[in-house]
Ligand binder design. Structure first.
Ligand code: PMP
Length: 450
């Protein structure tokens, strides 16, 4: 390892960071995170803070799970890589697919297709959704519906169903035939509706209208996150996802639940769809599937979808899609160990309890700090805080102030994440009561510095 001076000298000089401005990174070099333990991260200058971000919504087991680390390192020696393209596989991939199927059995997911991450998993579901309809004899079903403020990764398909123009505008033209419905975002929406259940009804009507306008027989799938994550932790009303499910069913549209964040316990249940009592047709997953220890994702298919592919006799069901690292043996070892640890530690139960503590604590902070416009969460360890400079006008806070809040909170003991004028939190699901309190006091310090 090079010395600290070398690292500081070369920081961001040769590496372009995702979601960052290359010029800005040179002027304000990113914090160098050098180590981690439990739910803490440590930087090069010796600060050790609670990671309220969980890496990037992914380090569900915290940083010190030796079962997962040992499984990864053992697999590296047994078989570091072999292709899983048709014709060969590896023992750990077989075991991982079994573990995934068991984990998602209650959601009705019957088959999995391994990928290298969330964007890949989204892309896989979108592509297989189109192929599913072709196989069923409805090749006109090619369009996709999604929600504004949704985040589905940055591949062209995922960016096309993405509901935030920051991720789209520089990369257009995107995939044709993608249409966006309003987000179940009670703080701001085109209907000025603050009641989540009434808003759910209005969006359901907008979806019906869009389907009537496009023609149901042109729509392949509807994709949504059970709780919108990167868009600001937007929690829909209880009836929202069931309503969407019902509309999809009535119009022959596949429902894809994007569980890249919400899967594996983050919402306080094992999946976000299960949390809302919905069985989707497909799921995209990643992040918590390996607790971020190895880049893996999985696209999951229900029996209904799988049947159409598996019973095909024309040859058209061949899947000409896949990644060199699909079913990577080391990734598969991480999946097997991570799922078994997730179940053994029952992380969803702690996520529910600590999530409530974090949410209630932030609501209390909102009584003290006028800059808090909206607090969203209460369903596991996903919490969003919308910061405004004028509460009555809901004016988004400027970025200089947001950065000051972020830095002060960091200095006071917690790494939080900024999503424009939102503070987003998704700490490891293994976090303790005291560690949640550390996050809350760091936030208090941050807001006081605004
Ligand atoms: N879908 C959702 C809901 C996500 O939150 C993310 C990433 N935050 C993705 C897809 C893309 O995943 P990845 O960054 O692993 O490609």
């Amino acid at each position: 390892m090079k010395d600290d001076n070398f690292l500081k000298e070369n920081n961001a000089k040769h590496l372009w960071h995702p979601m960052g401005h290359p010029g800005d990174s040179l002027k304000n070099p990113p914090t160098i995170i050098k180590g981690a333990d439990g739910v803490h991260i440590s930087d090069l200058d010796g600060h050790r803070v609670v990671d309220a971000v969980g890496g990037l919504w992914c380090v569900n087991l915290g940083y010190s799970n030796d079962v997962v680390k040992d499984a990864i390192s053992k697999q590296l020696y047994d078989l570091p890589y072999y292709s899983a393209f048709a014709g060969s596989t590896n023992p750990t991939a077989i075991e991982a697919s079994y573990a995934v199927r068991e984990f998602f059995a209650e959601d009705g997911m019957a088959r999995c297709f391994f990928t290298s991450g969330g964007s890949d998993s989204v892309e896989t579901t979108l592509r297989l959704a189109r192929q599913y309809h072709r196989l069923r004899g409805e090749p006109t079903r090619t369009k996709f519906l999604s929600l504004k403020k949704g985040y589905h990764g940055t591949h062209f398909g995922g960016a096309s169903v993405n509901g935030n123009n920051r991720f789209r505008i520089n990369y257009e033209p995107l995939l044709a035939g993608c249409y966006h419905l309003p987000s179940p975002y009670t703080y701001r929406n085109p209907f000025n509706e603050t009641d989540p259940e009434k808003l759910a009804q209005l969006i359901a009507q907008a979806m019906e209208d869009e389907i009537a306008f496009q023609g149901a027989n042109t729509i392949a799938a509807f994709i949504m996150e059970p709780i919108q994550g990167a868009g600001g932790v937007i929690v829909p009303g209880e009836t929202f996802m069931p309503l969407m499910r019902d509309i999809c069913d009535r119009h022959g549209i596949l429902m894809i639940s994007d569980e890249v964040i919400t899967g594996f316990g983050r919402t306080g249940d094992w999946t976000g769809a299960r949390h809302w009592g919905v069985k989707p047709d497909m799921m995209s997953t990643a992040k918590g599937i390996t607790s971020g220890y190895f880049p893996v994702g999985a696209a999951l298919m229900s029996e209904k979808v799988a049947d159409v592919f598996e019973k095909d006799t024309t040859g058209e069901a061949a899947i000409f899609h896949g990644y060199t690292y699909s079913a990577h043996p080391v990734g598969a070892a991480a999946v097997v160990a991570c799922l078994s640890e997730t179940l053994r530690l029952d992380t969803k139960t702690n996520a529910a309890a600590r999530g409530t503590q974090l949410y209630q604590g932030v609501l209390k902070l909102a009584e003290k700090h006028d800059i808090i416009g909206d607090v969203r969460g209460g369903h596991g360890l996903m919490t969003g805080i919308e910061i405004v400079s004028d509460k009555a006008k809901k004016t988004p806070m400027d970025m200089a102030t947001m950065k000051r809040i972020h830095q002060t909170a960091y200095d006071a003991g917690a790494m939080v994440r900024l999503g424009m004028h939102n503070i987003l939190m998704s700490p490891p699901l293994t976090i303790s009561e005291d560690e949640v309190n550390t996050i809350l006091s760091a936030l208090d310090a941050g807001f006081s510095a605004a």
